[in-house]
Write a protein that binds this ligand. Sequence first.
Ligand code: UDP
Length: 383
Amino acid sequence: MRKIGIVGAGFSGAVIAHRLATHGYQVQVFDNRAHVAGNCHSERDPETGVMVHTYGPHIFHTSNEKVWRFVNEFDEFMPFVNRVKAIAKGRVYALPINLLTINQFFGKTFSPDEARRFIELIGDQSILEPCTFEEQALRFVGRDLYEAFFKGYTKKQWGLEPSKLTANILKRLPVRFNYDDNYYNSTFQGMPKHGYTFIVEKLLDHSNIRLQLNVKFDRTLAAGFDHIFYSGPIDGWFDYGEGRLGYRTLDFEASRHDGDYQGNAVINYCDVDVPWTRISEHKHFAPWEQHERTLIFKEYSRFCGENDVPYYPIRLADEKSLLARYVDLARREHNISFVGRLGTYRYLDMHITIQEALETADRFFVAQQRGEPMPAFVVEPLQ
Ligand code: UDP
């Protein structure tokens, strides 16, 4: 088995393509867009010279040393720590919730232990096993912080009451009882000097890889390959026969200004009456660069229609049962593996996507060596 088709030139597809090509496989990569790197695509704005994250902010962070070493082979990672600010009820705070946020919000001068005790006191201890986003927030930060930072933002981001969402969305965000305002807990964090698209182009730059952009891949094209790695939407592979899996999409309202617009890469707007969720000022993602002008994105979230770009899988009970039907269909297919955010319908950060893509390639080599079929999923999508 030597001829492999890969659908999607985002991180999943590009990492698998790279690993297979270096192992001697002939790989053809298809993407329906005019560029590689999927939603991580970055390009310079011709007017300001600023590197723009076309599909919204992407900050690279991981605690997996293998993944960190891997990405560093393809570009130099420049020091960058995501320090998000939040505006709530006319005041600016630091996120994630940390000792400064707590002290400023409640007008206190708590030590770490005092703050921990205070938050325990205001947290709703009667919620023993939080299931929903709201229960998780009420249990761990109490009503006041929940209503200031999470309730409105989450309603705008997901178009749903936090009482309808699952707790694991909030579990992405730490609460800290010290002054560490790094948005992530990861060991490694940084920004690629030349952008994410540069990395993906390098991953795909191999004599065994043929890249075809602007191609909508379908079953008729699959016939020419021994195996397909598919990182497109799983429901799309089955022509949405069971129905469409729900996503949120984003709209960006771009504008250019002189100098410094907001003094930080990301500012969240937590109040529900402000229609955007956050503003990203892209030159602050590259603090090693100098630009006189600046470009900002106001970010708005809404339900993803048929012709929109899917971003965040919604994954509520209805979507999960629909997903289960597609997973069942996928397991009955032959010579195709479903990978990545769209292929497995999961909310994945870049580092997890890359880690899973590396594992998928390794799994493929093992299957080849043993003469076994490659499974439809290397990672269980229903977890
Ligand atoms: N969130 C919130 N307020 C904030 C930031 C995040 O309520 O100021 C919630 C929101 O529901 C969001 C989730 O926490 O979807 C995860 O946030 P994260 O910043 O990880 O989202 P991403 O950067 O992936 O959009």
